[in-house]
Design a protein around this ligand. Structure first.
Ligand SMILES: [Zn+2]
Length: 441
């Protein structure tokens, strides 16, 4: 399965001829066969049926030599968007899944993240995670780093170097954390301002800072309020966790007894905006979901993590139908799989679990593979507010794409093209989404 990433291509004009698979607002998955897509300076300049090829080449003054034809077992799809991933936790991905969230943080996460005060180690580890996620087809990621400002900046520099679009959060935490991995209120705010300024100095359109309070247990009200002010002052996105685990929700409500619910804690601190993205959202009540809608805040569904730490199963159908912006995240390493193809599969399973739980008294429409594909691409772009730039193959957007080859020798699935049984093109794409390799070449 030789899938190749073609992202943020600033080279010569190129025209691909073949199958395109993407989503629009109206359709979760559109399969466009025999198309030509023109890319100039990294931007999509036309999408037309193949029979119009000569006309569009003439119209744009392009030579025939710039046309690259895909085989009938290849297709282009938008790059995947991981809306929630912890870069430092990648070092223990695939291990340490024996404890529930709050114990897991204390036993594994805080001690590991504390090691990122060492810039050399941070550089080594961040190179690994950025390259790995890119190889998995993640062309955009919203990262949590650690509380350390220099190594958070290093993560940004590494993503910029390899051309991955990335939102980088220097994590904030001034309470309920171990002594070697905690900030004072003043230091946390000052370091965040420093980080924002340094990120601006990078002057890279692919890279942006995102305000990142770890969650309401690790942050004082004063810190969260200060971060809300910083987000407003610099017009920045905000990311955090909400309602992931029952014990977490209980603890938050004990810490903030004047708040009517978990969402209200962030809302009172000015952290629920139309640039806010909250991971998990499993135990939100209807009033909280309404607050998300009212504020224009978005949700990141992290199914692998929710299964792996036995946190719960988010009702993705309900959230989708509420109209809240919704995308998918790997949540490495509560989620053990750094691949968004894994996130697609786990989201389908989570929706199936919801469907089983609703039986037999209430009808429930599970999410199908097309809808989940949409969440992993166009959905993620809306969550991060970059849907005018990437997320599908609309003319004018950046060409941020994966080239998928389905018939390689080492493919983990088989395509049948016999008289007795013949896979349709959609069958092949579905097989790829369920069974294709999660690591690209
Ligand atoms: Zn997380």
């Amino acid at each position: 399965m030789a899938e190749k990433i073609i992202s943020n291509d600033n080279g010569d004009t190129v025209v691909f001829c073949g199958t395109l698979v993407h989503s629009t607002n109206a359709s979760p998955m559109i399969i466009l066969q025999d198309q030509v897509i023109g890319v100039q300076k990294g931007k999509i300049i036309f999408v037309q049926p193949k029979e119009d090829l000569q006309r569009v080449l003439d119209q744009h003054g392009l030579p025939k030599g710039c046309v690259k034809c895909l085989t009938k077992y290849q297709f282009l799809m938008p790059g995947l968007i991981d809306t929630h991933i912890h870069a430092p936790q990648y070092v223990y991905t695939g291990t340490a899944l024996d404890l529930p969230l709050l114990d897991w943080l204390n036993r594994y996460t805080f001690p590991t993240e504390a090691k990122f005060s060492d810039l050399e180690f941070a550089t080594y580890a961040y190179n690994k995670v950025v390259r790995r996620t890119l190889r998995c087809g993640t062309t955009t990621a919203s990262y949590f780093a650690t509380i350390h400002k220099e190594s958070s900046l290093r993560l940004a520099e590494i993503a910029a170097d390899v051309g991955q679009r990335a939102f980088i959060g220097k994590v904030n935490a001034d309470q309920n954390s171990p002594p070697n991995y905690v900030e004072t209120l003043e230091q946390s705010l000052a370091d965040t301002e420093w980080f924002i300024e340094k990120m601006k100095d990078l002057k890279n359109p692919l890279i942006a800072p995102i305000i990142t309070p770890r969650f309401a247990i690790s942050c004082s009200r004063e810190l969260m309020t200060g971060l809300g002010e910083l987000a407003k002052k610099h017009n920045l996105r905000v990311q955090s966790h909400i309602s992931e685990n029952r014990d977490e929700v209980k603890t938050v409500l004990e810490l903030y007894p004047d708040c009517k619910n978990y969402t209200d804690v962030y809302d009172k601190c000015g952290l629920m905006t139309d640039k806010t993205l909250m991971a998990h959202c499993i135990y939100l009540d209807d009033e909280e979901i309404q607050t998300f809608k009212d504020r224009g805040s978005a949700m990141s569904h992290c199914a692998c993590s929710n299964f792996s730490l036995r946190s719960g199963v988010m009702d993705c159908r309900k959230m989708k139908e509420s109209g809240v912006k919704l995308g998918l995240g790997t949540d490495v390493s509560g989620g053990y799989n750094p691949s968004m193809f894994g996130a697609i599969r786990d989201t389908i399973t989570a929706s199936n679990v919801q469907s089983i739980q609703h039986q037999p008294d209430r009808p429930y429409k599970h999410l199908d593979f097309r809808e989940v594909f949409q969440l992993a691409t166009l959905g993620g772009s809306k969550v991060l507010g970059i849907d005018s730039i990437v997320g599908n193959f609309e003319v004018g957007k950046e060409f941020d794409a994966l080239l998928v080859t389905m018939d390689t020798e080492d493919s983990p699935f088989d395509i049948f093209q016999t008289d007795a049984y013949r896979d349709s093109l959609e069958d092949m794409i579905q097989k790829f989404l369920f069974l294709g390799k999660i690591i690209l070449n």
